[in-house]
Design a protein around this ligand. Sequence first.
Ligand SMILES: [Zn+2]
Length: 395
Amino acid sequence: MPSGADIIRQIKERIEEVDPREVHDLIEAGPNGTVVVDVREQHEFEEAHLPGAKHVPRGHLESRIETAAPDKSKRVILYCQSGNRSALAADTMQNLLGYEDVASMTGGITLWKDRGYDVDVPRALSADQRSRYSRHLLIPEIGLEGQMKLLDAKVLLLGAGGLGSPIALYLAAAGVGTLGIVDDDVVDLSNLQRQVAHSEDRLGMPKVDSAEIAIKEINGDVNVVKYETRLDASNIMEIIEGYDVIVDGVDNFPTRYLLNDATVRLQIPVVSASILGFDGQLSVFHPYEGPCYRCLYPTPPPAELAPSCGANGVLGVLPGVMGLLQAVEVIKLVTGAGEPLTGRLLLYEALGATFTELKVRRDPECPICSRDPDSISDDEMGVFPDYEAFCAASG
Ligand SMILES: [Zn+2]
């Protein structure tokens, strides 16, 4: 009775073995029809594998190899950890499955690494993350790839108020890796009617701190970056640079113009919403892909219609509706799923329960987005009639 070692020796005599150097040169040379297959177990493959290698565990060889290597006349190189499992698999493919040109790499990935050749280290979710985001992983439009994008994403929220609260909570729950929050206000009792990230026991606390507590309670992995300040011309470029998407819930026109000009210059998409009474508006301003805020509003609205000139009433639930529509747009922009609301203005009227969509186009004469981003100077950003005079004029 031959030993296991004898059998492997016999099998290695009747199959072809190739040196890692040959496989390395082949991979370096680029695609040429040869398929490199890792026959180890899932966890071994996930740890590290040869660049571009396909994965068919030896236990599933017969049922899955034809998907990885459909053409039986083409060359297939198998490898494992040390060269034994791949030799056995090569023998099976050659003598039972009818592959014409199969080889096993000697020494496996161990020898490959000893030679100093590169390996791919794929990223994987932890067991906790797989469980936490399992409902995302089940939708093909998000899936593992989309979840990885969300985990890598940096999203900046302007304001931790009515709109910012639900956005922060849901984006944290969805696994957005970094949430920046700009807000210089403290939690007040009159906020709690709609600003659901805050609570009675945090009255008087800076909103950025209160929002951070709420975010961390939902998802401790989120990196919260707090800016307890007001966005203005002196700090805007420093704060917004490096973010992938900006969520605009600011309630005043000067900041909106400033934000628009800075984001066009840095080419960062802005998901913008505004609310008043029972009415909400939503759009995505994606620089150079659709109109910018100035294309839509070349001049500010009449002062008496400007919501930020004083306290205005709003249905408490309305910022929840609009904020969550913003959160959906953020996830679409980050993952590439669906059609973002670029070039479209969505109007929601809560009393009539109606949604209306208006097409909005880029203005070829737009003072900002008709030009090259690098030509937009600091002096031009946010230029807009004096706002105090503007509000005073409304009486
Ligand atoms: Zn424009």
